[in-house]
Design a binder for this molecule. Structure first.
Ligand code: HEM
Length: 440
């Protein structure tokens, strides 16, 4: 019996060692421990600095083992463009994640702006998907969006990794179960909305995403295709997951930078006062007439680097990158933060400075390395919508209010919280109505 146990332990360790050896011509990287891989070499709170160090040591394409799974990291504009655009089709796949698959199967006063912005941004996607807004005192949408964010964060967390690599733990009552119970609540909410829509459907007159999708399901040519209800829920999940946190965090960073750099705030307000005067409501088209404000909004996106490591890609067939062979299905992570603060690409890479987006004549210009929405066939689906939201939210707030930092005892904290996105810590801001636009 003892011999059998020892044999089992030795086989288990040998298996772990074997799984942590890089295949031939695979991108290089640090030596990996069996099972744990390189997780201990990454700062759990923010691994971006460690990734930079590895890129310096092993080159812009390197690999790490997270658990037993090899992941390829790509740094710097030339190779990121190669993955996203030049070889965009080859790298257009998404890594297979057993965990995800399993889920899919089943005034004046200082205030914290987080909740308000989360609500407002959630309501925009809700209008698109469900055709309606939820009152701010109705918590059903915010609860669901919260559950979606919790799940998105847990899906890249340690319990989901364990679930992916160790089939043995799948049935155990461990924290990964929260993801399943959250998913049940999320999909129950979606199902209620779907049933309401079915009851009031007016064929030929779709009111929103659900109506349009239901019409596609009914089309004879779509029978047997991916147009079916379970898939509709997955797309709804993706729209909320990808579209709400990214946009809300960028706006929250924007408010934090504007109170931190009051002279930049004032410059935007002077530009808007001069160009738009006290006129009617702000329109998206006004962005073109406001190069400085436009540059500030782009700088907010660059400096905050919200989707730091984006969403994993995976080659759909064995593919060459920078002389290495990346086999089909390998997770490839694009380090967007590496190009948004690359010294060779930006005039002021490590300071918040709108001049990064202005030429000598003060006109707006967008450098090639500005890729917060990614590029190529997998570019962010909601880029245009997000651009509109960022401009309309931030410019309307700036035009109407003077923003200030209410706490004289400490300066604003610009340290990002690392998660699925880079977010600011909660903060309070004071808003004072501006005289210039009193009627807004
Ligand atoms: C500031 C806001 C936003 C940022 C920075 C952002 C950024 C990104 C990035 C970096 C990706 C990954 C692209 C890749 O894999 O190469 C992505 C994917 C995606 N985004 Fe956004 N996004 C934003 C807002 C939105 C909005 C508002 C929506 C929808 C309403 C949206 C929907 C999506 C979807 C569905 C995907 C997945 C596309 C796919 O798998 O092909 N995003 N986004």
């Amino acid at each position: 019996m003892a011999l059998f146990s020892w044999l089992l332990i030795i086989s288990f360790l040998l298996y772990g060692f074997w799984k942590s050896f890089r295949p031939k011509n695979f991108p290089p990287g640090p030596w990996a421990l069996p099972f744990l891989g390189n997780v201990l070499q990454l700062n759990k709170l923010n691994p971006l600095k460690d990734l930079e160090k590895f890129a310096k040591k092993y080159g812009p394409v390197f690999s790490l083992y997270i658990g037993g799974i090899p992941i390829v990291f790509v740094h710097g504009l030339p190779l990121i463009k190669e993955v996203l655009v030049v070889k965009g089709t080859e790298f257009a796949g998404r890594p297979n994640n057993t965990f995800i698959n399993t889920i899919h199967k089943k005034k004046g006063m200082p205030f914290d702006p987080f909740c308000l912005i989360d609500n407002a941004v959630g309501n925009i996607i809700s209008t698109l998907v469900f055709g309606k807004r939820f009152q701010y005192n109705n918590s059903s949408l915010t609860n669901v969006v919260d559950l979606i964010h919790q799940n998105t964060a847990m899906i890249i967390g340690p319990w989901a990794w364990l679930y992916n690599i160790l089939p043995l733990v799948r049935g155990l009552p461990l924290p990964h179960r929260t993801i399943f119970s959250n998913s049940e609540k999320i999909f129950a909410f979606f199902r209620r909305e779907l049933e309401e829509h079915k009851a009031n459907l007016n064929p030929g007159k779709p009111r929103d995403f659900i109506d349009a999708y239901l019409e596609e399901i009914e089309k004879p040519e779509n029978k047997g295709s991916s147009f079916e209800e379970e898939n509709m829920f997955i797309v709804m999940f993706d729209l909320f997951a990808a579209g709400s946190e990214t946009t809300a965090r960028t706006i929250q960073w924007g408010l934090l930078y504007l109170v931190t750099f009051p002279d930049i705030q004032e410059n935007c307000q002077s530009e808007m006062d001069m160009v738009l005067g006290n006129g009617a409501c702000l329109k998206y088209e006004d962005q073109e007439k406001l190069p400085y404000t436009n540059a500030v909004i782009h700088e907010i996106q660059r400096f905050s680097s919200v989707p730091a490591l984006g969403i994993g890609h995976a080659p759909i067939k064995d593919t060459q990158l920078s002389g290495y062979t990346i086999s089909k299905g390998t997770t490839v992570i694009i380090n967007f933060a590496s190009i948004l603060c690359d010294k060779s690409q930006w005039k002021y890479p490590s300071e918040f400075n709108p001049s990064n987006f202005l030429n000598e004549q003060g006109e707006f210009m967008k450098p090639e390395a500005f890729l917060p929405f990614s590029a190529g066939p997998r570019v962010c689906l909601g880029e245009n919508m997000a651009r509109m939201e960022l401009f309309l939210f931030l410019a309307t707030i700036l035009r109407s209010f003077q923003l200030s930092w209410p706490d004289e005892s400490k300066a604003p904290d610009l340290t990002p919280q690392y998660g699925i996105t880079l977010s600011p810590s909660h903060f309070k801001v004071s808003l004072k109505h501006r005289q210039q636009n009193e009627q807004l």
